[in-house]
Design a protein around this ligand. Sequence first.
Ligand code: GDP
Ligand code: GDP
Length: 456
Amino acid sequence: AADEGFDLEDVEGAIEAAGHGPLPVVAVVGRPNVGKSTLVNRIIGRREAVVEDTPGVTRDRVTYEAEWSGRRFKVVDTGGWEQDVLGIDASVAAQAEYAIEAADAVVLVVDAKVGATDTDEAVVRLLRKAGKPVVLCANKVDGPSGEADAAYLWSLGLGEPYPVSALHGRGTGDLLDRLLEVLPEAPRETFAGTGIGGPRRVALIGRPNVGKSSLLNKMAGEERVVVDELAGTTRDPVDELIELGGKTWRFIDTAGIRKRVHLQQGADYYASLRTAAALEKAEVAIVLIDASQSISVQDQRIVTMAVEAGRALVIAYNKWDTLDEERRYYLEREIESDLAQLSWAPRVNISARTGRHVEKLVPAIETALAGWETRVPTGRLNAFLGELVSAHPHPVRGGKQPRILFGTQAGTKPPRFVLFASGFIEAGYRRFIERRLREEFGFEGTPIQISVRVRE
Ligand code: GDP
Ligand code: GDP
């Protein structure tokens, strides 16, 4: 390794970062063109950027590793997110919502020359509701004369606006100092206790009316249902232990499913927080989709949440008893176009009403959990990578050909890989590698994460 320009410390550092101590996550959010991507580039300083692509259903999220004052953290660039059909306001709000779910702290970027807009204020409301630490970046303050513009942003009620020129670097040091003050040392806890030997933890999720409570009742049906008030905190939602296929499973936050609270306002928002909370505690998610209706943006978002949370995943198409031939035809087309990137997730067609194929959920969950825990030995991985890279080299860019030098699997649950490369590896090529990894090693039912460490 050393002759390729990496020393052992680099390798160990990268494995450590990807494998054990997950780093705290900072999301950079704001309206289009306020300078988010410019700021992210400024924060990471392009050299040696570790890039992680989380292929989403509707978009890809790009995460970079950064360091300031000796502390490492991750930065999520939301700058490249697609504007969707909902228009700017809705998509900026949706983007901020993702950030709320995924981040430990948020940098809200506002264009100080333009001032606070209604969209900015909508994002502020979301951020405030979530209670995550926020640092306000008043961007495009390229010189002292712009500082007055920045001061107007006190009106957003997020405390001191930090005047910054992401383009020239002015003020970014103070912004980062402040960010590190509010950023928690360790990221949010992922799972509460692994419960070795205990029942596997399952999140049953899906938008309202897809049949979650019907399925829960069906599964709990004849079986003994134990309502398990988790010891310790009173805040914890109620889990249920359900026996299926001769094993006991812990279904997370079934109280949230059974209660069926339908608030007039913000119901989606609370449903999405509940989904995020259940995912956080679960190992595997069953995403329920109502097959009798067109796959919606909300279905896609819920699937994306499960993938981004790094959980094993099973997709269950419910209400199969109501489908005629025509609907079945269109469903397959919708799956091909809207959920194409999830072809790795086991699929079961069920009816919570009649009980059709409900028993098939168990082998599907077991398959997904097995993929989630798969570990590829380093020797095998590198034999595979060596062959792959010589048969399909990365395209030449600017007269150079970035090469993958070697790789290692740094962790499982989900499988996480670190690849060491001689240059920037494009997203398309990273995706190609992911596809080939899946073909070679399985990983059915699990997202996989690939980060690339570049040494020029
Ligand atoms: P994003 O859509 O929020 O990611 O915005 P970008 O980072 O792509 O920036 C949008 C435009 O604003 C680009 O033309 C940048 O060069 C410009 N820009 C970004 N930061 C600054 C800044 O601090 N000062 C000035 N004058 N322009 C900036
Ligand atoms: P939840 O909001 O996801 O918990 O959904 P529910 O379990 O309350 O179901 C919503 C509606 O769909 C109810 O009227 C159910 O009776 C109905 N439903 C649920 N599963 C099925 C199914 O498999 N077939 C049919 N025909 N209806 C179903």
